[in-house]
Design a protein around this ligand. Structure first.
Ligand SMILES: [Zn+2]
Length: 244
């Protein structure tokens, strides 16, 4: 293949732009904010599930406390009635009086037990409320961190995208100046050579693969006409002789 030596040297400019574009694309993909956001999102989802569980626990605790309070009402009422009857002195039958006194003692014990239970249930409500608040606060804090990270990520992406836009515009200009067959060869080699299609010959060394040409290959490189497009014998990349 033949191409103007100036065009061959311009191919190194195209390579430099493509390398820069590749690095910028990589930096966009590898921004640390992506992984941090994914991690926070996982934590946020887990907290969302824990919040639902805490809300359920709280409503269960409130329902249990309400029921305990409701259970106490009739027992207290019964005690009041019994005490009134005894205090009123209307019970003349000793057996009835004795049974009523026994019932009062029993009701008092029952009320005391129910009150203890209700107290425990009230404590459960308070602790369920605290747990719910704690989880909600943690989630809010994670959402705040996420918002800050999204802003940071978007700013970083915008900077890199602006840089990419500049490089792509330079690339377009270069492509318009270069002979299409040379560009085609460059693209084919580049796609199978890790993104590097053209490399400079520095002394005996190919900057693409870093290997020095053996004496006979080097002789051939030197003897080749300036418009002949050389290929590295080691890596097959387009080997560009620079002006010096
Ligand atoms: Zn090489």
């Amino acid at each position: 293949m033949k191409a103007d030596p100036g065009a061959q040297r311009r191919l190194l400019d195209l390579q430099a732009v493509d390398t820069a574009i590749g690095q910028l694309d990589h930096r966009v993909k590898m921004l640390p904010e992506h992984a941090l956001l994914a991690d926070l999102q996982t934590r946020r989802q887990a907290l969302g599930q824990r919040l639902v569980a805490a809300e359920t626990a709280l409503s269960d605790a409130v329902a249990a406390q309400t029921k305990a309070e409701a259970d106490l009402g009739p027992v207290r009422e019964r005690l009041r009635r019994d005490e009134k009857a005894v205090d009123g002195g209307t019970l003349t039958d000793p057996k009835t009086l004795s049974s009523m006194v026994g019932e009062i003692a029993h009701l008092k014990t029952r009320i005391s037990t129910l009150e203890d239970e209700e107290l425990e249930l009230m404590e459960a409500v308070v602790s369920a409320e605290a747990e719910k608040t704690r989880i909600a606060t943690e989630r809010t804090s994670i959402e705040d961190q996420m918002r800050a990270l999204v802003a940071k990520r978007d700013a970083a992406v915008a900077d890199l995208q602006a840089d990419l836009t500049d490089r792509r515009s330079i690339r377009t200009t270069l492509l318009a100046e270069l002979p299409p067959p040379l560009v085609d060869t460059y693209e084919k080699v580049r796609s199978r050579s890790g993104g590097v299609g053209a490399a400079a010959l520095q002394g005996r060394r190919c900057t693409g693969c870093g290997i020095e040409a053996n004496p006979s290959d080097y002789e051939r490189y030197l003897a080749a006409a300036p418009d002949e497009v050389l290929r590295c014998e080691e890596c097959d990349r387009i080997l560009v002789r620079t002006a010096d």
